[in-house]
Every structure is written in structure tokens, then in C-alpha cells.
Design a protein. Structure first.
Length: 350
């Protein structure tokens, strides 16, 4: 067959892109209608399918795409006819340097079409919302995936020394001592600025995020800015949440739910587990009302009762003690097992 042919085209329609049918599955999923903006092909409107179904970024109406024509699925021997070829979209061109969209509506229109529809609205789709979305600040060596709506995955690293010549518009929010140590940041719902100004992930401000670190410190705030609830370092001197520099997984959102569907939910640590809250901690169910006992207070109360039972009892002019103190002696021994050396709660009274 002939060599692969490349072209640049405008997306005209996605009316059939998001529908499923056995016919669509047979002819090719996620197809769009496009038109060349060059003179490299004589075809007017043509159908274009994605180059790969494993990494899909479907363009919106009005975007300009790089396409190529090459072999399509067939069980017959290939020949040089167009029946054995198909168009595939390779990449959306960032002509408008936009993260949300890169519409260049009308690039393929004829003069007559411009006169007929130039004053009409040209939406990018039926449900697509055009927004001002800032691009992430890149750092040398980064591999960044950015969604259209302020969601991203950064495969980045420590930038231990920031050049002083404004080489980077913004500095990273993470820090470390060794240049090149890896970090992965998955963020959703970022701050967006005017004039396409770069932004950097912020664990305290993004809607939700997950950080996988190696040696970086992350400036996370436990509790809130008005009511912080930082780790105190009583278990480990390296425990402060924003200064820790070994590998860690940090996940932040307005709500976090972890569910094990058929087996155990396990939190495991050789050092300690901290349930940290400025509010209530419920065990068993959200509407639990039975208060937990303060062990040290209970120990003191029970010790006082035993001591009282062992004091002399006065009846008239006679004094004495209980004839049988076996039970109080046994209770005294059991008090030594009342307090746990492993599980602790913060003393909090009404």
C-alpha cells in the first residue's frame, strides 16, 4: 500500500462519537467527523477514529487535529485502494495554548459557510463546558497529564535548588534535599488564574489530591488553619506532618471513605497509629452515643473503692474489717491488667 499520509483537520461533529451500537463497534468506536484545513487531501468531510483505544483523548468540536491515513482492520489482503485505509486522529494541536480546549472554529470553512454561519454560536459539544483552566507549572524532567477540567497527574521530582533568574515562574510546593528524587501527585480541582498563568498543586487548597513521595516534605496542615491539630512528635521525633522526609502517602479531600468489600480493612504500622480529630471519633456507627472510659480515671476510682473496703468499719464502739477480703485481693491484682500499654485515647470530658 502507499506510504502513510498525514493531514491537519478541523473537528466538525461528534454526534456519533459517544453512542454505542453493534454497528459502531464493528466500524470503529469513538469516531468523529473532520475536514482538512490543508490541500493535502481531496476528501471533503471524512470519518476519523482514535489512533489507540488505550489512551483516548477525544477532541471537541472546533479543535484542530493531526490525522493520518493508514491501514484499517481487514481480513483481506491489503491493496492500494482507499477501501483498505482509514483515517486516525493522532493528537489535538494546542493552537490556543488552552488546557480546557483549543478551538479554532471555522478553520476549514468555505467563504460561503463563513457568510452563512459566522454570527452563530459554535459550542464545543452538547454537554462540554468551556472554562478558564490554568496549566500546571512544569519543572525539568516532569511528565504531566492534564485533564481539561483542572485534574492532573504529575510524575515529577525534587527541585532542591531553584534558579534565581526566574527560570521557573512558580516554585514547587514540595521540598527536599536531593535533586531528582521521584514524586507522584494526583490532583483534582485546582486553583485557576487569569491570563493562563501557571499554577502548582497545593495539598491544602486543591479539592482532592494524593501524594506519593520518596524524600519530600509536604506542607500539609492537619486540622484547619483556625484550629490546627498537628502531630506532637511524642511517638517519633520525625513525626511532624510537614517536616517528614521519608516516603509517605498523603491523601486529602473533604471526605475520605475506604471500604473493604469482602475482607479485612487493615491499617498496619510497627510504630503507632494515630486517629487525629478536633471533632468526635465514633466507633461502630455514626450515631454511637456510648462514651468511652478514661482508663487512668477508672483505675483511680476502682483503687479508691478497694482501699475503702480495706479500712476499718466502726459499728457502735466496735471496729473491724470484712471477714473475707479474697475478692478485694483478687480485684487488686486485676487492676494491674486494666490499663493497656499499647492503646491510648486523649482525655476529653464534657
Amino acid at each position: 500500500m502507499d506510504n502513510i499520509q498525514y493531514d491537519v483537520a478541523e473537528v466538525l461533529s461528534t454526534d456519533l462519537t459517544y453512542k454505542y451500537s453493534t454497528t459502531a463497534a464493528d466500524r470503529g468506536l469513538f469516531q468523529i467527523i473532520a475536514r482538512s484545513i490543508t490541500e493535502h487531501t481531496k476528501t471533503d468531510n471524512y470519518t476519523v477514529r482514535p489512533m489507540s483505544l488505550n489512551n483516548i483523548k477525544i477532541p471537541v468540536v472546533g479543535e484542530i487535529i493531526l490525522v493520518c491515513q493508514t491501514v484499517k482492520r481487514t481480513t483481506q489482503k491489503l491493496n492500494d485502494t482507499n477501501k483498505d485505509k482509514s483515517w486516525y486522529y493522532v493528537q489535538t494541536l494546542g493552537l490556543q495554548t488552552g488546557v480546557n480546549n483549543n478551538k479554532s472554529t471555522g478553520a476549514s470553512w468555505t467563504s460561503e459557510e463563513h457568510n452563512q454561519i459566522n454570527n452563530q454560536e459554535h459550542p464545543a459539544g452538547k454537554t462540554f463546558v468551556e472554562q478558564k483552566i490554568s496549566s500546571l507549572q512544569p519543572f525539568e524532567g516532569d511528565h504531566i497529564w492534564q485533564g481539561r477540567f483542572g485534574n492532573s497527574i504529575r510524575f515529577g521530582s525534587t527541585i532542591s535548588t531553584i534558579p534565581e533568574d526566574n527560570y521557573y515562574h512558580k516554585a514547587p510546593t514540595w521540598s527536599g534535599d536531593v535533586n531528582g528524587d521521584p514524586i507522584i501527585i494526583l490532583a483534582n480541582g485546582q486553583e485557576n488564574l487569569d491570563k493562563k498563568e501557571f499554577v502548582v498543586e497545593d495539598i491544602n487548597k486543591d479539592n482532592s489530591s494524593i501524594y506519593l513521595t520518596s524524600t519530600q516534605s509536604i506542607p500539609i496542615v492537619l486540622g484547619s488553619e483556625k484550629e490546627p491539630n498537628s502531630l506532637t512528635g511524642c511517638i517519633t521525633t520525625r513525626g511532624h506532618e510537614s517536616k517528614y522526609q521519608d516516603s509517605q502517602l498523603l491523601a486529602v479531600s473533604d471526605r475520605i471513605i475506604l471500604k473493604a468489600r469482602t475482607d479485612l480493612a487493615v491499617i498496619d504500622s510497627p510504630l503507632g497509629i494515630v486517629l487525629n480529630s478536633t471533632g468526635e471519633i465514633k466507633l461502630g456507627s455514626e450515631d454511637a452515643t456510648e462514651s468511652m472510659v478514661h482508663g487512668d480515671v477508672l483505675l483511680s476510682i476502682l483503687q479508691n473503692i478497694i482501699n475503702q473496703l480495706r479500712t476499718n468499719v466502726k459499728a457502735g464502739s466496735a471496729t473491724g474489717t470484712f471477714i473475707n477480703l479474697d475478692y478485694s485481693d483478687e480485684a487488686q491484682k486485676q487492676l494491674q491488667e486494666l490499663l493497656s500499654s499499647k492503646y491510648f485515647i486523649n482525655k476529653n470530658t464534657y
